[in-house]
Structure formats: structure tokens, C-alpha cells
Design a protein around this ligand. Structure first.
Ligand code: 39A
Length: 218
């Protein structure tokens, strides 16, 4: 029987992230990930990139996390919706993003404090944030040791003959294979790397592999 360590080893040999950022998700460990995690719901990543570009062109997302958080918390919902049209469900996503940013400010005071102190329960209590978005924010924006589970990870494992439908059980399956082989996992990387980044790159590899595979199947 194989485990997720064996999958990581196999995917690592394919060099799938050669042209990707260090954490795979662009501008990881920044406020932009919070926006991207909501925008990517029910749409393709390429559409999210267009929305993020529009927000950047108008300096609403500007590389300063605290200013960007304030910008989105204070923006009119129609204006935000006009920038994120490419991501679909733009009215709903606009309202949810603004509320989320207002709640971050109200409960944490700053993005820096949010990164340090937010937990999964708080995120799941926010309108429009489910388990996948919560875990994407925890791992890719906050650098926490969490493996994101999504349709790619589910279908990937299914294609290998393991059908685990429950989100948490699937997450445990992926995380367990890594944790039980931790030293061997670290030995796969030439430079020092954190467990959080290993999860992020592992998830990224599965997404990139799945996207390549579906293109080949067309
Ligand atoms: N589906 C996706 C993605 N596809 C992605 N990238 C490519 C870079 N990200 C960051 C999130 N979701």
C-alpha cells in the first residue's frame, strides 16, 4: 500500500513547479492570498488572475498588506464588483470580501495580527468561507502547517484507487503520510524548508499535475 509520501516522491520527480513561486501560490504570505482564496471559488485560476490584476492596476492591492486590507474594507461594493467581474458571482464575492476585511479589522486590528492569531474556527464563521478557502488562507496567507484539500486532491487520489470523500479524512490521509515520514520528506529538499511550505508545494504539485493531465486528455 502506498501513502502520501510515495505520491510526493513521484510528483517531485516531474519538476512540476519549476516555473512557480516558492510557495506555489503567487505572493504567498500576503493579504493578496485572502482575496485570491475567495475569488477562486467556483472559477478558474486564470479568471482570478485577471481580477487581481485589475485590483492592482487601481492600486487597491498595492503590496502594502495593511493598506490593501483597509482599501477593501472601505470600498463601495459596486466598485469592488466591477474589478472582480472575471471571477464570476462578483456581487456576492464583493459583499463577502468587504465584510471579511471589515471583520479582520474589527477582530484583529491589522493583517499582521490576523496572520499570527487567526484560527480555522474564526475563518469558518465568516460568510462564504468553507473548509477549502479557510485552509488556503491558513496555509498560503498565514504559513500554517495545513494541507489544502480541493477537487484536485480528491480526484487525484480517486484516480489512484482511494476514494475518501470526507474533507477532514482526506486531509488527514495527505498529512499523515508526510508526518510519518518527516525526516525522509525533509531529505528530499536540498535547502531548509518548513513543513508548511512542503504542504503548499505538495498541493501545488497536485493541482499542476491535474491541470496538465486534463489538457492532455482533451
Ligand atoms: N486552481 C488554482 C490554481 N491554479 C492556482 N494556481 C494555478 C497558481 N492557485 C494559486 C490557486 N488555485
Amino acid at each position: 500500500m502506498f501513502d502520501s509520501y510515495d505520491i510526493l516522491v513521484a510528483l517531485k520527480k516531474l519538476g512540476l513547479l519549476q516555473n512557480s513561486p516558492a510557495w506555489w501560490w503567487p505572493n504567498a504570505l500576503s493579504f493578496e492570498v485572502v482575496i485570491g482564496a475567495i475569488l477562486t471559488q467556483n472559477t478558474k485560476w486564470e479568471n482570478v488572475e485577471k481580477s487581481l490584476k485589475s485590483l492592482k492596476n487601481y492600486s487597491l492591492l498595492n503590496g502594502d498588506d495593511e493598506k490593501s486590507l483597509n482599501n477593501i474594507a472601505c470600498i463601495q461594493k459596486e466598485i469592488l464588483a466591477s474589478h472582480i467581474g472575471s471571477s464570476g458571482f462578483f456581487n456576492q464575492k464583493s459583499i463577502r470580501l468587504i465584510l471579511l476585511c471589515q471583520n479582520i479589522l474589527e477582530d484583529f486590528g491589522s493583517f499582521g495580527n490576523f496572520v499570527m492569531n487567526v484560527d480555522r474556527e474564526w475563518l469558518l464563521g465568516q460568510k462564504g468561507i468553507g473548509r477549502e478557502s479557510a485552509d488556503a488562507i491558513l496555509n498560503y496567507a498565514c504559513g500554517r502547517e495545513v494541507m489544502v484539500i480541493d477537487k484536485y486532491t480528491y480526484k487525484f487520489l480517486c484516480s489512484l484507487g482511494i476514494d475518501i470523500q470526507d474533507y477532514e479524512q482526506l486531509q488527514i490521509w495527505f498529512e499523515r503520510g508526510i508526518q510519518e515520514n518527516l525526516q525522509r520528506v525533509f531529505d528530499l529538499y536540498p535547502k531548509k524548508i518548513t513543513l508548511a511550505q512542503i504542504y503548499s508545494r505538495f498541493h501545488g504539485k497536485i493541482v499542476e499535475f491535474s491541470k496538465k493531465k486534463s489538457k492532455l486528455e482533451l
